[in-house]
Design a protein around this ligand. Structure first.
Ligand code: TRP
Length: 344
C-alpha cells in the first residue's frame, strides 16, 4: 500500500458573527494540530456562493474568518492560510470529481436535503455538487486528516469514496505513472473533543447558530467581557444542582451543554469538571464559566478587531498563503492530468 505523509486540511465558510460553536468545533482544534502536523486552512468562498451572497459582505466575512484564524493562534507563516478562490486547482479538481462521483452518492447527502428543503428544483447546481468541491479541497493537497464537526462526517465519507473510486478506476494509469497502487489517500475526519456540538444557550437541544434570532443564544467572538458574562448568567438551566458524574447529565441538555463548554474551554475532561462542581448550584458554576469564557474568548475577539483594522495586511496573508498553496495544488493537478490522459 502506498503511504502518504500526514497532512491536515480544513475549510471554514466565510460567515460573519463567528461564535463559540465555530471556535470550539473548528478553530481551536486547528490551532492545536499545528504542533503535530503540516496544516492547510482555507476560507471556502467558492462554497459560499452555492447560496446567494452579497458581494460586499462576502469580502468582509472572508477577512473576518481569516482574522479569527490568526487571532486564535494559527501561524500563517509556518502553515498555510488562504481563501479557496485564489487557488483555481480546487475548482479544476472538483470538475474531475464531478465525473468520478455518482448521482446516487450525492442524492444521499443529508446536508443537501436540509439546505434545499422542498425547493430542490430551484437551488443551484453548485449546492448539489458542494461535496465534490469539498473532496477536491482536501485531495488537491492529498491531505490525510480533516478536523471537522460531526455534521461534516457524511461529506468526509463521500471524499473517501471519491478518492477510492479514482484510485480504482485509474489504477493502471496510476501505477504506470509511478504512483504505486493509490494516488489519493483516504482522508480521515478528526471529530473528537468535549464540545464538538455546541448548543444554544437558550435551548440545549438546538445547535448554537449565527442565524438564531436571539443573540442571547450564542457567545460571539466579538462579544466583550460584560456581554459574555451577561449571556452566561442568563443561559437556560434547570432547577437541580450539578451532578457529580456524567451519567447525571442525561436528559439535562442545558446542563450538559454548559459543562461541555466549560470542559472544552478549560481543557479539563467533563468528569473533572463535574468532580469539581458536582452538588453545587448553577450560579456558582456559571461564575466560574464566565471566568474561563472571558479568559479564552475576549483576547481572540479583541485581536480580531485589531487585525480587521488592517485589511491590507490580512489580504497580504491570504495572497501569500494562496501562492504557497498553489505550488502544492498545481503539482497534484499535473499528476492528475497525466493519469487521466490529458495532453499538456
Ligand atoms: N463543508 C464544510 C462546512 O460547512 C466547509 C468545508 C469546505 C470543508 N471544504 C472543506 C471542511 C474541506 C473540511 C474540509 O463546515
Amino acid at each position: 500500500m502506498t503511504t502518504f505523509p500526514e497532512r491536515v486540511f480544513s475549510g471554514v465558510q466565510p460567515t460573519g458573527n463567528l461564535h463559540l460553536g465555530n471556535y470550539l468545533g473548528a478553530i481551536k482544534k486547528f490551532v492545536a494540530l499545528q504542533e503535530t502536523h503540516e496544516c492547510v486552512y482555507c476560507v471556502v468562498d467558492l462554497h459560499a456562493i452555492t447560496v446567494p451572497q452579497d458581494p460586499a459582505e462576502l469580502k468582509s466575512t472572508i477577512r473576518e474568518v481569516t482574522a479569527a484564524f490568526i487571532a486564535a493562534g494559527i501561524d500563517p507563516k509556518k502553515h498555510i492560510v488562504f481563501n479557496q478562490s485564489q487557488v483555481p486547482e480546487h475548482a479544476e479538481l472538483a470538475w474531475v470529481f464531478n465525473c468520478v462521483a455518482r448521482m446516487g452518492w450525492l442524492n444521499r447527502m443529508t446536508q443537501f436535503k436540509d439546505k434545499a428543503g422542498k425547493n430542490t428544483e430551484n437551488v443551484s447546481v453548485g449546492l448539489f455538487a458542494y461535496p465534490t468541491l469539498m473532496a477536491a479541497d482536501i485531495l488537491v493537497y492529498r491531505a490525510t486528516h480533516v478536523p471537522v464537526g460531526e455534521d461534516q462526517k457524511q461529506h468526509l465519507e463521500l471524499s473517501r469514496d471519491i478518492a477510492q473510486k479514482f484510485n480504482n478506476d485509474y489504477a493502471a494509469s496510476i501505477a504506470a505513472h509511478g504512483h504505486g497502487d493509490a494516488f489519493f489517500p483516504l482522508p480521515e475526519p478528526l471529530i473528537q473533543g468535549p464540545a464538538t456540538r455546541v448548543m444554544s444557550l437558550r435551548d440545549g437541544t438546538k445547535k448554537m447558530s449565527k442565524s438564531d434570532a436571539s443573540d442571547y443564544s450564542r457567545l460571539n467572538l466579538s462579544d466583550d467581557r460584560d456581554t459574555i458574562a451577561q449571556k452566561i448568567r442568563k443561559a437556560k438551566t434547570d432547577p437541580e444542582p450539578l451532578p457529580s458524574e456524567a451519567d447525571g447529565l442525561k436528559g439535562r441538555p442545558e446542563a450538559d451543554n454548559l459543562v461541555g463548554i466549560y470542559a472544552a474551554l478549560s481543557g479539563d475532561s467533563r468528569a473533572e469538571v463535574l468532580q469539581r462542581f458536582g452538588g453545587q448550584n448553577f450560579s456558582a458554576f456559571k461564575s466560574a464559566l464566565v471566568d474561563v469564557a472571558v479568559a479564552s474568548l475576549e483576547p481572540v475577539g479583541s485581536e480580531m478587531k485589531r487585525l480587521l483594522g488592517d485589511v491590507a495586511h490580512l489580504d497580504a496573508v491570504l495572497n501569500d498563503g494562496a501562492r504557497r498553496a498553489r505550488v502544492l495544488a498545481a503539482e497534484t493537478m499535473t499528476a492528475v492530468k497525466d493519469i487521466l490522459g490529458f495532453v499538456r
